[in-house]
Structures are given as C-alpha cells and as structure tokens.
Design a binder for this molecule. Structure first.
Ligand SMILES: [Zn+2]
Length: 109
C-alpha cells in the first residue's frame, strides 16, 4: 500500500489523462492528453500554501485551485466549444478526482 499509493497518484496525474483522452477524443488523443496533463499546473497553488508541501494534507478544499469554486470554473470550461478548453477543464477535474482519491486513501475525506 505504501508503494501503491504514489504509483496511483503519479499514474493518475500523468498516464490516466492519455487513457481518458483516448476514450473521449480518439482522433487527436495525444494532443488532448498532453493538454490534460498540462492542467496539472493547478498544483501551482501549493506555492503559496503554508507549509508548501505536506504529504498528510488533503489538497481538496485547502488549496486555491482545489476548491469547489475552482471546480465550477473547470466545469464551465467543458462548455466552451474549443477542444483545448475542454481538455483543460477535463484535465483539471480529473486532477481533483485523483487528489480526492489520495484524501480518501489517507482517510481525510
Ligand atoms: Zn493537486
């Protein structure tokens, strides 16, 4: 379990987006997946968190871009008729789902 968790975390952040992209946008899944991975940049909100990194902290609801207000913006992006906006929105929502999975794994959600 101690080893499995980081594998699930990083696999979820960097590999799963390509699987999702392949499932929903097969014609151009590499580009779609790459933009989904790029939306992991929402983790930049950790830079102004104190302390900056805490492995036992649940990101959801704590960090600026990991709250429900941010999630609404990501949902709105899905409605924009541009593939890259949808990829960003889907990637950010997926990112929240992976982080929420971490919280559940540590019993914090
Ligand atoms: Zn995160």
């Amino acid at each position: 379990m101690e080893l499995l968790q980081p594998i699930l975390h990083y696999g979820g952040h960097f590999l799963a987006p390509f699987l999702i992209a392949w499932a929903i946008y097969r014609t151009d899944w590499k580009r779609f997946g790459a933009v989904m991975v790029a939306s992991n940049a929402i983790d930049i909100d950790h830079l102004w968190a104190v302390p900056m990194f805490d492995p036992d902290r649940c990101s959801i609801g704590f960090h600026t871009f990991h709250g429900w207000e941010a999630a609404l913006i990501y949902l709105a992006l899905l409605l924009v008729p541009r593939w890259w906006a949808r990829a960003l929105g889907a990637g950010a929502l997926w990112h929240l789902a992976v982080d929420a999975g971490d919280c559940m794994a540590m019993g914090g959600l």
